[in-house]
Ligand binder design. Sequence first.
Ligand SMILES: [Mg+2]
Length: 313
Amino acid sequence: MGEAAPLPPWTEPAEACLAALRGARAAVDRDEPVAVDDLPPAAAHALSLAVADATARRDGRPLAASLAAEAGLDAPATAVPVNATVGDGSVDETVAAAEAAVADGFDCLKCKVGARGVAEDVDRLRAVRDAVGDAVGLRADANGAWRREEAERAVDALGGVALEYLEQPVAAGDHGALRALRGRGVPIAVDEAVNAPSGAEGWPDPVEEHADVAVLKPMAQGGPGATVAAARRLADRGVDTVVTTTIDAAVARAAAVHVAAAVPGGGDRAHGLATGGLLARGVVDDDPAPVADGRIAVPAGPGVAGEAFDGVV
Ligand SMILES: [Mg+2]
């Protein structure tokens, strides 16, 4: 069972994904090999997940165990914490959403910033910190919205907020600004800078001089195995990996839970996998990887989720 959930700018557009999968199917029909690495990322994710799921099921073990073993990593976590995403509303709306998420059991929150101006965003984050206390992890994601000077102003003003990290403060290609923001008291995470479709600028290099944390989306990385391998390389350089989706449907989201459990230290930090509620409807009635109390248990059946997806076309 695989899934492609193409979502530009993270991946190729849906039409290109479909064309790539049709081409792969035609190659299989002709008994020709398919070079998965040459496919665009969402199409590559679909095929590599299908192979990884089949392999894990054949071996009678969960996908996470299979991925960890293949990458030479320790046994995976059995559950991963997840963050709640708090939107970009006013100060009062942001505080209310943060308090509701904490009441739901989340102990890590991610606030969207960049839509309201630096001063207001700083006020929003300070208000959330005051409201939820010091025990709750707090992250902010600007999605590349700030110019370098704005990002510097934000970082310098956020010193007392104890942000876990500020994600993609500046545009993906502005590697110089990322580097300049390091060491000013707020850890920096990259997302758009490391999940761009082929053809965009490469990763900041060396990555550890530009970021403390890398947010990896398996759908943009070309599959579960590619993501775990990237996380291992990052860990060797001292950069932590947080796993998120591109608002995937249930199959890829469950697979991403396995990826999060398999990456180094994956059970110890919150991931961006509480995204199922963003879809109007799911591909199955019973999500095999639901969020409960701010965590997702890794599905224990063989492969992605045992037989939970059998019959889903
Ligand atoms: Mg992000």
